[in-house]
Design a protein around this ligand. Structure first.
Ligand code: GRF
Length: 211
């Protein structure tokens, strides 16, 4: 394991429960990382309050202040660079990253998605699974590429879909698993144990120091 904590930047647009799971894992010593900055495209994101509550720098980047998506993304990348972020974690960030952003942090951006990819990408994934009639649902942590929820898969967890499930009850069951696998995936990255081979992510054994 690396001697120094992995420097994280978290991007979030909303309630921030996955951010909280990362914070909790760090505080519990299960994740050797440090959140350098939390960035949001929404001033009212509860994620910003959660960060402040834990003494983490929290910054609202106003999309309206930028004439184009790539200019907004440049501002975000600038903030991540300024904090020497090594891994970018999307945690309910409701904007697509521009190719320039992805290129800047290729192989160093993770996302959590509330479905078993490649099924049900995009918005309302839990509702999609329910309406499709899937018997099993779940969540996926993946590296981010230029597509929508298409990058190489790191970890997945499954939950059953019950006959009386609503979108809310299924989402809640999936969320429990999200909070478990996201910090775990980040810890694997921190240990230098994730190798991307084409579409596949190989989980390496043992105590490698990340490069
Ligand atoms: C989660 O369901 C996550 O999988 C999806 O957006 C939601 C964010 O929730 N990408 P939270 O803000 O982390 O509570």
């Amino acid at each position: 394991m690396s001697e120094t904590a992995l420097r994280l930047g978290v991007l979030a647009s909303g309630r921030g429960s996955n951010l909280q799971a990362i914070i909790d894992a760090i505080e519990a010593g299960r994740l050797q990382a440090r959140i350098e900055v939390v960035l949001s495209d929404r001033a009212d994101a509860h994620a910003l309050d959660r960060a402040c509550g834990h003494g983490i720098k929290a910054v609202f980047v106003d999309p309206k202040a930028y004439a184009a998506r790539d200019l907004f993304d440049s501002a975000v990348v600038g903030a991540l660079r300024a904090h020497q972020v090594e891994l970018v974690c999307l945690a309910g960030f409701m904007r697509l990253l521009t190719p320039g952003f992805v290129a800047e942090y290729r192989g160093r951006i993770m996302n959590i998605h509330p479905a078993l990819l490649p099924a049900f990408p995009g918005l309302h994934a839990q509702r999609q699974a329910l309406e499709y009639g899937a018997r099993v649902a779940g969540c996926t942590v993946h590296f981010v590429d230029e597509g929508v929820d298409t990058g190489p898969i790191i970890l997945q967890a499954t939950v059953p879909v019950l006959d009386d499930d609503t979108e809310e009850s299924l989402s809640a069951r999936i969320l429990v698993e999200e909070h478990a696998i996201y910090p775990r995936a980040i810890q694997l990255f921190a240990e230098g144990r994730l190798a991307i081979k084409g579409r596949r992510v190989i989980i390496l054994d043992g105590d490698r120091v990340r490069s």
